[in-house]
Design a protein around this ligand. Sequence first.
Ligand code: ZN
Length: 722
Amino acid sequence: MKKTQLRTTRILLSQIATTLTAGVIALAPGALSAQAAAFGPSNPFYAPSSLPFQAPPFDKIKDSDYQPAIEAGIARNIQEIQAIADNPAAPTFGNTIVAMEKSGQLIARVMGVFNGVTGANMDDELQKVQDAEAPRLAALQDAIYLNAKLFQRVSKVYEERHTLHLSPEGLRLVEYDYQEFVLAGAKLSDADKATLKKLNEEEANLTTDFISKLLAATKNGAYATQDNSALAGLSDAQMAAAALAAKGRKVPGWVLPLQNTTQQPELRSLTDRATRKAIFDDSWNRAEHGDANDTRATIARLAQLRAQKAKLIGYPNYAAWKLADQMAKDPQTALKFMDALVPAATAKAAGEGRDIQALIDAQKGGFTLQPWDWNFYSEQVRKAKYDLDEDQVRPYFELNNVLHNGVFYAAHELYGLTFKRRTDIPVYNPDVQVYEVIDADGKPLALWYCDYFKRDNKNGGAWMDEFVGQSRLLGTLPVIYNVANFAKPAPGEPALISFDDVTTMFHEFGHGLHGMFADTEYPSLSGTSVPRDFVEFPSQFNEHWASYPAVVNHYAKNWKTGAPMPSELSAKLRKAATFNQGYELTEILAAAELDMQWHTLSPDAPLQNPDTFEVAALERTHLWLTAVPTRYRSSYFMHIWGNGYAAGYYSYLWCEMLDDDAFQWFLDHGGMTRANGDRFRRMVLANGNTKDLAKMYADWLGAEPAIGPMLKARGLAPETAK
Ligand SMILES: [Zn+2]
């Protein structure tokens, strides 16, 4: 699992909130803010860009251009939506559904660029604009989804949809729009809408409480000591960091701050078992001390409140509501999928545990393996059997070579794409490179930007997004960007990156291909505008080519000598992917099960005691294991209580099933060929969300997705692979 994210940008009706938000600003049609009133033809966002592919005119855009354009864009979108709702003519597909697709072009144009620069090239002025506009953008969502007249029109078209002779994509769009309105609560009575709004406000407050309590609890949970012998085993760099952390907190000695996971990185190297146990306990109990930072009461109420919201909308539980528009469609499907992984994962983890116990015994440890020992001993196994010397590997991964002879090469072999550097297209920072992507038939396909090097004003991690999305209706081709945080070399030095970075390049480019191959009429259904449990599939699928022998042989060459990577080194790279995977899959499964168990609670269930609930949930799913604890305990599970991943944590594993399964199909059908690539492009990547995703996938594969290839890829139970 890469630390990557996909950020959605477009402010289009069907892509925004699926809950009624408590907008604090009332937006009325016709009321123009001073900023919006100042918006005129001199603003670079006033009209679509005249550059190739409507690329953003970064040479003309000033920081001060964004706010007037955003506010004018919001005002115009409100007017457009109101005009559709107020149309005296009877609702039709064209005057309602298509009209909505055509609305919001100004706000989409500016937000595509604004999100790009605020994520990768932030400054104080942009930060101010972002803070000021966030509530207005939330209010825009309300103005659309709370518009009862608009929903009436959408409903009418929905009821008549089978008599309208729509294209398959048009039919999908009607059903999709209708579902998004319903999921947002459009069918509720005014009284129920008021109840939902109250629950939303309470949820927002509880979420804020959870985040601030957890932040404080995590800070307070740091391990501190003045006895440096307790820290034996840490490297000089780790000791220096611990001393710096202590200094930052104005305490003597050393401090090891907690990370958000149960396991802590220092547990790999600390030789003192008592220290390891102390740090583990600090982590495990961080938010359960019965003090002001204890999160248990907060999460118990959050779980209950979410179930109550789901009941209002008409679903038996929160997960059922949230999965209705996902590929899995219902929690039963996600639970069945996870349950099927449990035996192989826990059996493998048990085997890894036995190996570690044998190592403890051989070293005359005289104790039984506990979670705080796991990483310390597995690290010894890793070093003996799997260790990759980064310095040995990096000379084979020079960034530009990886890009051209790896990433681009695989895209050429699979899909026939070629790439032309465009130095004439303006960029927002000199580190950014732009390429025109040319299709196999010689036609322009897309514009692709990469911004790979770390900067202080860039968000962490790596992501893909688009400045312009593809739509035949709007006549736009995709303008896509990839951002990462690789170390920038000194001037004149080559950028030698790790294999992890190489994988990140393939991953983000996989999202990029999903966007570039988009071939749809309606912007709402285009490209990467797909549910969370599908969106990481194309990117993770593309990662496989990073270690595919024919691709490796083409790009993994010593930057100085051009010599290919020795085969034992590339074999080690592949083998490392199966290290400790029983443990890793089990801890993720435990977290994913916890998420789903909390969010399948019945709305009528009493307030839960998180302690007993957690143990019971893990026992029920056979994941309550002494030596393999959940990756996140309920009381510090930020993803589901604070970060919008509620009932969605399974999607990491779900997409992994899809990508391994899809790659296995390629291997079974001749590997990296144009025929395979073109078929995958046509039947999967080009379709965005225009089809039922489960059916689309099964049509392409000729079967339902299966977990065998995923277990094989992780080195678990290869005999079960199909
Ligand atoms: Zn991703």
